[in-house]
Ligand binder design. Structure first.
Ligand SMILES: Nc1nc2c(c(=O)[nH]1)N[C@H]1C(S)=C(S)[C@@H](COP(=O)(O)OP(=O)(O)OC[C@H]3O[C@@H](n4cnc5c(=O)[nH]c(N)nc54)[C@H](O)[C@@H]3O)O[C@H]1N2
Ligand SMILES: Nc1nc2c(c(=O)[nH]1)N[C@H]1C(S)=C(S)[C@@H](COP(=O)(O)OP(=O)(O)OC[C@H]3O[C@@H](n4cnc5c(=O)[nH]c(N)nc54)[C@H](O)[C@@H]3O)O[C@H]1N2
Ligand code: SF4
Ligand SMILES: [Mo]
Length: 700
């Protein structure tokens, strides 16, 4: 029996450290590492059964070539040599005729590994040699990252472990008990010591259930709420003048902005009662330290960047950035700085190339820009299920003149559109380096078992493609271990090989104690950099940008993390599918009454872009005017063959071309009930309400 240290590769802030037990070459147990301060022996509902997923019957084990129509999912087994020869021929042909930029390496968040996955931009040396278009990773977090960085120079905020020291915790647009539960352990410690916890979320999530207070603003109104709270702080004279004078720039201008947002005005903008805004403002004014946990969910809006910029400014006013347990926490991304240049090899690029925004996949595939995309290499991504505007994504992937390669572990909806499918290893089968964007540790993931079937690691796959293309750049042939050593240096590599993990920051780390990494070296309420980018130099409120025809649909649809899936990963795993059930929407009783709907009805959720089917749950765990669903369902496993992204829009957020998944308007109509009654009950009730263009949402 041997035990191997490993790490969870998934797009989750917790980046868990795990231990795999191997007996006679077979992995028999995978458990959370008890010695790891953040993981503390616990994985999560999704990953506890990871070994079953590795062993699953539907794993892709061999290279395959499409034999049916695109989308039909019919393939024949071929050898690796046949597969790479065909890919090599196609990529050469595309490059010769249209130039390297006609190739789009489309990488998702299926693995965040620094060797095999996104954080190391696995494959980038190959794309640089070919001069392929640069893939902009925008689906997840870019707007908030840029927004927060205007304020503090980086989005890497509080050390999440210091939430144990907070006296007031604002869980702002974040649902940690589902989307990364380990931070909650530290919050519970604080709660035991008397900290007050508030969840600010249009949905009463399982995290909100455990908070002392739930505040449900209108989606996308967070920056306005923040201004209202700061208004109360200023009214009470509770700003930390000494901190402001010493550590910030532009407070006078910011103060003017704050004073324009009285609690009364903010009540209208957020749909919250004025007295509750005042009460929370008073708490914020009088409680040190206040820790704000604000993660990616709340920035999937038109004003997502502005919102995070604003939330990172709050502790600048209250002075909370100076205390353990004070400040704001979006992520810790950017603090772990291995030798990126050594693995990206951007020096191999012969000339500048264009960048393509991954959220705009459908636009790019359908608009046939110059040069048009002729080859799409998809890895660690499932755009058919995860990208917005599903109908048009499908249309793009159907293009007969598009050559699509998909590297995958499972037969996803995207695989169905591939010309060539290549089998990918899973985390217990390859070497990787992982951290977590919610903590301050780095891990080495040692391969514990041999890959199943003919599955290959990402780097081995690209080495084979490079060889088949007769490319002679030596960097394209670096082994997995060489890349890991380049990243970490030999000393750290060897240390991690033995012990599995290492903390790279001091304990109870407080950021910005010797200045902010902004141009001025201070926290910037006034940002010249923002002004240069054409943005408001002062943090402000950017409302939802729903435009026609969206605006005539009255319901705001939010579809955040499912407790049982990770994006679309695990949405084919039988036990987790059973726990999750089919697509569901939760609707406020007032909205349900208006539409003659009751729990158990099945509905079509639609807008101009498309529709999906869901079961209705009527409950006051969402605010009126909002319906809640979850992301992740595979199209081939649900009725109607569409998920929530049939309705979401490719529109950009305010910063970095980020996605706006939660800035979405829909209507619903009854199609039947889960008990099999398929008659529309009361058609008349589905007539659009109110004035077209005015989205009327009442305060709770
Ligand atoms: N179980 C599970 N865990 C996951 C994931 C998963 O799919 N499943 N996904 C992973 C990934 S990729 C990421 S990026 C992280 C994201 O983790 P989170 O940031 O927690 O992301 P979400 O679940 O999208 O959104 C969090 C909350 O924001 C709320 N919200 C939406 N819009 C607004 C708004 O305008 N204002 C406010 N105040 N709240 C709003 C939603 O209702 C939701 O409860 O989680 C990771 N963890
Ligand atoms: N409606 C709505 N849609 C959303 C969101 C939302 O909140 N609402 N959230 C968005 C967010 S935050 C994100 S990050 C995106 C994620 O969107 P994607 O990046 O498309 O991520 P997944 O859907 O998880 O698909 C990842 C795929 O990678 C595969 N995979 C995993 N590991 C490996 C590997 O090592 N090698 C290879 N070749 N494949 C691997 C998995 O099997 C899986 O099919 O979704 C976005 N979509
Ligand atoms: S998904 Fe998150 S909580 Fe679950 S094992 Fe992976 S890192 Fe840990
Ligand atoms: Mo994400």
């Amino acid at each position: 029996m041997t035990e191997f240290f490993g790490a969870c590769p998934l797009d989750c802030p917790d980046g868990c450290s795990w231990v795999v037990t191997v007996e006679d070459g077979v992995a028999t147990r995978l458990r959370g590492n008890r010695d790891h301060p953040y993981t503390a022996g616990a994985l999560c509902a999704k990953v506890n059964g990871y070994l079953d997923h590795v062993r699953a019957e539907d794993r892709i084990l061999y290279p395959m070539r499409r034999v049916g129509a695109k989308g039909a999912g019919k393939f024949e087994r071929i050898s690796w040599d046949e597969a790479t020869a065909e890919i090599a021929a196609k990529l050469h042909a595309v490059k010769d005729e249209f130039g390297g930029e006609a190739i789009w390496p489309f990488q998702g968040t299926g693995s965040l590994g620094y060797v095999q996955g996104l954080e190391g931009r696995a494959g980038q040396p190959l794309w640089n040699v070919l001069g392929a278009s640069v893939h902009e990773m925008t689906a997840c977090s870019v707007a908030g990252k840029l927004g927060a960085s205007y304020t503090t120079g980086t989005a890497a905020g509080m050390d999440p472990e210091t939430f144990a020291d907070s006296k007031l915790i604002l869980l702002w647009g974040t649902n940690p008990l589902t989307s990364g539960h380990h931070v909650f352990k530290f919050m519970r410690e604080a709660q035991k010591r008397g900290a007050y916890v508030v969840s600010i979320d249009p949905i009463k999530t399982r995290t909100a259930e455990r908070a002392d207070e739930w505040l449900a603003p209108l989606p996308g109104s967070d920056a306005a709420l923040a201004l209202g709270l700061l208004h109360v702080v200023l009214e009470l004279g509770a700003e930390d003048r000494e901190y402001i004078a010493r550590n910030t720039v532009g407070f006078d201008e910011f103060k003017e902005r704050i004073l324009q947002f009285s609690p009364q005005r903010v009540a209208e903008l957020t749909g919250l009662p004025e007295e509750r805004i005042r009460a929370l403002g008073e708490r914020l004014a009088t409680t040190r330290p206040t820790g704000i946990r604000c993660t990616q969910g709340m920035q999937r809006h038109a004003g997502g960047g502005a919102a995070l910029r604003m939330l990172y400014a709050i502790p600048g006013v209250t002075g909370d950035w100076q205390y353990p347990g004070g400040g704001a926490s979006y992520s810790t991304s950017g603090r772990f700085t291995p030798n990126f240049e050594g693995v990206y090899r951007d020096d191999l690029l012969q000339q500048p190339v264009r960048s393509l925004n991954m959220v705009r996949l459908a636009d790019e595939l359908l608009n046939q820009d110059d040069p048009p995309i002729r080859a799409l290499v998809v890895y660690q991504a499932n755009p058919m299920g995860s990208n917005p505007d599903q109908r048009r994504v499908r249309e793009g992937l159907m293009r007969e003149d598009l050559f699509t390669v998909v590297l995958e572990q499972f037969p996803t909806d995207t695989v169905d559109y591939a010309d060539i499918v290549l089998p990918a290893t899973m985390q217990t089968e390859h070497l990787d380096v992982n951290d977590g964007y919610g903590h301050s540790y780095v891990h080495l993931n040692r391969p514990a078992v041999a890959p199943r079937g003919e599955a290959k690691s990402t780097l081995e796959t690209f080495r084979r493609i490079a060889r088949a293309m007769d490319l002679d750049e030596p960097a394209l042939y670096a082994s997995d271990e060489e890349v890991a050593r380049t990243l970490l240096g030999d000393e750290l590599f060897e240390e991690l090989w033995e012990v599995g993990w290492k903390r790279y920051l001091p304990e109870r780390y407080v950021p910005f104690t010797d200045g902010f990494p902004t141009p001025s070296g201070k926290l910037e309420f006034y940002s010249e950099k923002a002004a240069e980018a054409g943005l408001d130099p002062i943090p402000g409120y950017t409302p939802s940008q729903a435009t026609a025809p969206d605006e005539q649909h009255p319901l705001a649809l939010i579809a955040p993390a499912s407790h049982w899936f990770l994006n679309t990963i695990f949405a084919n795993k039988p036990d987790l599918m059973a726990k999750a059930g089919g697509p569901r929407i939760t609707m406020h009783p007032d909205d349900a009454r208006e539409r003659g709907l009751t729990s158990g009805d099945t509905v079509r959720v639609f807008n101009a872009r498309g529709a999906f089917e869901a079961e209705v749950l009527v409950a006051d765990s969402v605010r009126q005017g909002v319906i809640a669903s979850t992301k992740g369902h595979w199209l081939k496993h649900v009725r109607g063959g569409a998920n929530v992204n049939a309705t979401t829009d490719e529109r950009d957020s305010d910063m970095g071309g980020g996605a706006v998944y939660h800035d979405n308007r829909v209507e619903v109509e009854r199609v039947g009930s889960v008990n099999g009654d398929d008659q529309p009950r009361d058609q008349a009730r589905f007539a659009p309400r109110g004035r077209a263009g005015a989205v009327q949402l009442r305060a709770r």
